[in-house]
Design a protein around this ligand. Structure first.
Ligand code: PGA
Ligand code: ZN
Length: 425
């Protein structure tokens, strides 16, 4: 039985307001959740409610979403007994009554959903990954670390948003993190030597001005080698160009470097040539969310060679994913809880992906908090890989630390996903 639900406005890692929810069960157990927030959001994401009052936080306040939790949601949930996560989440959906949660706000709804999961896990004396995933949760993920930031996440001249390293050659998560951190530090030296800036972007990756987008991959390869690892065998590259941000009148604008406008076909050819040239195992949002024809082409070209992840394309939405499966677009889906707005719907989307041979790639947002829910979620669904930052910034590192705690707790039953976590690798 829920005894109390209380939301308040807190700050995220970019200093923007977001929602925190504290939930208390009748037996005294509590659960707290903090909701993340994206910058390069998909058009079809669930509705993030912001106040729009220019006198507070430039319009970004979340007092309305907080108020909705403390009134509408609290009124209908406090004093009520919920037998499962699903039962609570279905009620939240009903209370909102819209397809995209625009009535109460997905930020408030998700906070309640996650806080309930935490409280229930504690009440049943179960770690969160087991509460969410059951007895077969065992797989430790490869951490895809976003070591060079560009696009909308940094003020540099790099068009593409994320250049990640995947230290899959380890035998455990802990070793994988060590390899990743070593490459991160080696990369810093490489950049310094070339006279580049080593300041970091929103997700903790370096954000230097470079001569070209290719150079981002090249300095990373140098960093991998410098740290003593073999590119491709020990550490591979993953990319999230966040191509929806480049989309302009049916073409793609390299909006920060050359300002060139290129066709969808050209961009697919570029990815094909990059995959031939570099040890790339995963490409997320290689094309824009509104370029479904292009996505078919991309999937035909690269879908049997690497993992193709749909982020803005699918928005963690089961119905959109079903469309993608039917049209044979991508072979993996990015999972962000706040794109859809409840824990139950997130799990349903992952289930649909798995049933159809798609991978699930769990993700943080560029605006984060110290909440580590996604660390547990990744293990719960045996996703095998996640992205949650780089080699610095506490709000990201805390997820890695939580995964190291989980691995320690699962000693004897955990396995490290390794390179096979990636589709076609
Ligand atoms: P966002 O970026 O959190 O700013 O949307 C992350 C991503 O595109 O994967
Ligand atoms: Zn993305």
């Amino acid at each position: 039985k829920i005894a109390k639900v209380r939301a308040m406005e807190i700050l995220d890692s970019r200093g923007n307001p977001t929602v925190e929810v504290d939930l208390k069960l009748e037996n005294g157990t509590t659960g707290r959740a903090m909701v993340p927030s994206g910058a390069s959001t998909g058009e079809r994401e669930a509705f993030e409610m912001r106040d729009g009052d220019p006198k507070r936080y430039g319009g970004k306040g979340v007092l309305k979403a907080v108020e909705n939790v403390n009134t509408v949601i609290a009124n209908k949930t406090v004093g009520r007994c919920f037998g499962s996560q699903r039962e609570l989440d279905l009620l939240l959906l009903e209370l909102d009554g819209t397809a995209n949660k625009s009535n109460l706000g997905a930020n408030g709804i998700l906070g309640v959903s996650m806080a309930f999961a935490r409280a229930m896990a504690t009440a049943t004396n179960t770690p969160l990954y087991r509460y969410l995933g059951g007895s077969n949760a065992y797989l430790m993920p490869v951490p895809c670390m976003n070591v060079i930031n560009g696009g909308r996440h940094a003020d540099n001249n790099v068009d593409f948003q994320e250049f990640m390293i995947a230290p899959h050659g380890a035998t455990s998560f802990r070793e994988s993190i060590r390899m990743g951190a070593e490459v991160f530090h080696a990369l810093k030296e490489v950049l310094k030597k070339k006279g580049y800036s080593t300041g970091v972007g929103d997700e903790g990756g370096f954000a230097p001005d470079l001569k070209s987008n290719e150079e981002a991959v090249e300095v990373i390869l140098e960093g991998i080698t410098k740290a003593g690892y073999r590119p491709g065998d020990d550490v591979s590259i993953c990319l999230d160009p966040a191509s929806s941000e480049l989309w302009e009148d049916g073409k793609y604008r390299l909006f920060k470097s050359t300002k060139e406008l290129i066709t969808s076909d050209d961009l697919v050819k570029q990815w094909d040539s990059w995959v031939r040239q570099y040890p790339i195992v995963l490409l997320e949002d290689g094309l824009a969310e509104n370029d479904w024809e292009g996505w078919k082409n991309l999937t035909q070209t690269l879908g049997s060679r690497i993992e193709l992840v749909g982020d803005d394309l699918f928005c963690t939405n089961k119905a959109i994913l079903a469309e993608g499966i039917e049209k044979e677009v991508a072979n993996s889906i990015l999972i962000k809880l706040n794109q859809i707005g409840t824990v139950t719907e997130t799990l349903e989307t992952i289930e649909l992906a798995y049933k159809n041979g798609y991978n699930a790639f769990v993700s943080h947002r560029s605006g984060e908090t110290v909440d580590t829910f996604i660390a547990d979620l990744t293990v719960a669904v045996n996703a095998g890989h996640l992205k949650t930052g780089s080699g610095c910034r506490g709000e990201r590192i805390e997820k890695f630390n939580q995964l190291m705690r989980i691995e320690q707790e699962l000693v004897g039953s955990a396995a490290f996903a390794g390179k096979s976590a990636f589709k076609n690798a």
